[in-house]
Design a protein around this ligand. Structure first.
Ligand code: PEP
Ligand code: MG
Length: 320
């Protein structure tokens, strides 16, 4: 089976009738990044930068972060590189930061909220990314965004970083900007944020958790609310349609993308990119190549009409 998949490594990810999508990798370290071409990925759709803090005894300096992003650019050799700013919060164990206990960490100071409240830490990351962008294209995306005021704050902070870099005579490059769409608010407020963005990426892991109000770490709840449900499909559909209206490309980086039964439906709904774990990538590519786009569109239209979780999951297991 492995050798059957190997032939897809150097092939583009496209449907049988050559509708091309970008198939990217979710990574958490430089070592992951060194395997991106081994699995035939078009680049990185999600670099979870907080992973580099998980084993660190102290916060990496701006220079250390800059070195790491530059190393990643070199390994990627022109392929897409999407960095997600630190998604820190009390839901993650980080020995180098003492995070205050929160009763409800998933609803607390995490993602961009945490970053905006801890400017020294955040500015070290933003400056490192801006400096690295002098050596290659970088897409930067912000986690846990609900509304446009948060973007105002983020872009003000980026301007501040640029001013300080100019004062210090440090070179930097321009970035592409995106958000992770992972709260119901972000879906509903998307149109007001798109004018400030170059791309978006749907984070279905959290979008499921927050739309179902179901803790993603509680296995009993994930049994009741599996990753594929009518409500998540509807939220994805609204997001894609809203972004298409503004001609903004849409990626999807949650676990749902790596399910070979679901990915074709996402393509049928108009998704431009999927970002998945390294070990699901080749198998997924081979599945996507199997059928024509019209088949995937038809399946997505039918799937969107299904109202029951079990019926929907059954439907995707035999619709292609
Ligand atoms: C998501 O929420 O779907 C996502 C991709 O990010 P994470 O799993 O890191 O929260
Ligand atoms: Mg998330």
């Amino acid at each position: 089976r492995k050798s059957r998949l190997q032939k897809f490594k150097d092939l583009p990810t496209e449907t049988r009738d050559k509708h091309r999508i970008s198939l990217l990798a979710n990574v958490g370290s430089l070592s992951d990044i060194s395997h991106v071409s081994d699995v035939g990925a078009d680049g990185i759709g999600l670099f979870r930068t907080e992973f580099m803090l998980m084993n660190a005894s102290h916060m990496p300096s701006e220079d250390v972060q800059y070195g790491l992003y530059c190393d990643a650019l070199q390994l990627l050799d022109g392929k897409t590189f999407t960095i997600r700013t630190f998604d820190i919060g009390a839901d993650k164990e980080l020995p180098c930061l003492s995070l205050p206990q929160e009763v409800n960490p998933a609803l607390g100071f995490r993602g961009a909220r945490y970053s905006l409240a801890h400017t020294d830490l955040f500015k070290s990351q933003l400056k490192a990314v801006l400096r690295a962008a002098n050596h290659g294209c970088i897409r930067l995306m912000f986690p846990m965004i609900n509304q446009v005021e948060e973007l105002d704050e983020l872009f003000n902070m980026i301007e501040e970083c640029k001013t300080e870099l100019i004062e210090d005579e440090r070179g930097f490059g321009e970035l592409s900007y995106g958000i992770v769409v992972e709260t119901p608010s972000a879906v509903l407020n998307l149109a007001s944020m798109l004018p400030f963005l170059d791309f978006i990426s749907i984070g279905t892991n959290d979008l499921t958790q927050y739309s179902m109000a179901a803790d993603r770490t509680n296995p009993d709840l994930t049994k009741i609310y599996p990753s594929l449900s009518p409500s998540i499909l509807k939220l994805i559909k609204i997001t894609i349609d809203t972004a298409k209206e503004a001609s903004i490309p849409v990626s999807l980086c949650g676990e749902l993308a790596s399910n070979p039964l679901v990915a074709p439906i996402l393509i049928g709904m108009g998704i431009d990119e999927l970002s998945v774990n390294l070990n699901s990538l080749l198998e997924l590519k081979s599945t996507i190549c199997n059928k024509e786009l019209a088949t995937y569109i038809k399946c997505s239209e039918e799937a969107l009409l299904i109202q029951r979780i079990d019926e929907l999951n059954h439907y995707v297991s035999h619709c292609y």
